[in-house]
Design a protein around this ligand. Structure first.
Ligand SMILES: [Zn+2]
Length: 53
């Protein structure tokens, strides 16, 4: 079963969640969101998602 990572706006396998949240990419995206606002801002992730195509 695939789950959606709201931080990276990607789908990942449920078995890979534990390893995914420890990846540099995820941590970097998470830190960017944190510096842009409080916690996870859905509008921010939506904007990223569009910019990423
Ligand atoms: Zn992620």
């Amino acid at each position: 079963m695939n789950l959606r990572c709201n931080v990276c706006s990607i789908e990942i396998d449920e078995k890979e969640v534990d390893s995914h949240i420890g990846t540099p990419q995820h941590l970097e995206n998470k830190s960017k969101i944190s510096t842009n606002g409080k916690g996870l801002d859905k509008s921010v992730t939506d904007m990223w998602y569009k910019s990423l195509g």
